[in-house]
Design a protein around this ligand. Structure first.
Ligand SMILES: [Mg+2]
Length: 175
């Protein structure tokens, strides 16, 4: 399978994603990566800013935390934000993506994933045919397993940059 590393949108953070455009494109469900996308990897709770933003997004979208982290970590944030969740998602594997589409009766074109990693969030989303939105990681602090992905990601970023496809810090709404 050809791995597609290119996100359809790239934003600095979840606070600068063009949600109006997503709505216009018919997106009704947002899958949010948790660590380094919604919260810092070692955070224990959400802050007010995040709470407000998610509260606002809930008016337009079904919000699902879609994380590779284990249940007890994801559960905390799910409860604080009052959203849906899928834990232990094994991104980039397609299994959990398909499970969520089925569970919530969603079509691929109605769903977008927002995450900070090319090798999990973007490849995973692209492989199942949903919209993919890359954001910069909140911190350079990563869980051990992510550190390995970051190393590969750095190399991939370099390649994409050389091809003029994806340049760090050059955000875009549409490819
Ligand atoms: Mg992440």
């Amino acid at each position: 399978m050809k791995k597609n590393f290119m996100p359809q949108m790239y934003a600095k953070s979840i606070y600068t994603v063009n949600y109006d455009l997503l709505k216009k494109k018919g997106i009704t469900c947002l899958l949010f990566d948790l660590d380094n996308t919604l919260v810092e990897p070692h955070a224990k709770h959400v802050d007010e800013k995040l709470k407000k933003r998610i509260e606002n997004l809930k008016k337009d979208f079904l919000i699902i935390i879609f994380s590779n982290s284990m249940k007890n970590r994801v559960q905390t944030f799910r409860e604080e934000l009052q959203v849906e969740m899928n834990h232990t998602s094994l991104k980039p594997h397609a299994y959990s993506f398909r499970k969520v589409l089925k569970k919530y009766h969603l079509k691929e074109k109605e769903v977008a994933i927002i995450g900070d990693q090319l090798f999990t969030d973007v490849i995973g989303g692209n492989n199942v045919g949903i919209m993919t939105i890359l954001v910069d990681p909140l911190t350079t602090n990563d869980f051990l397993i992510t550190k390995y992905n970051r190393y590969r990601e750095e190399k991939k970023f370099k390649q994409l940059q050389e091809q003029g496809l994806l340049v760090k810090g050059q955000y875009y709404d549409e490819m």
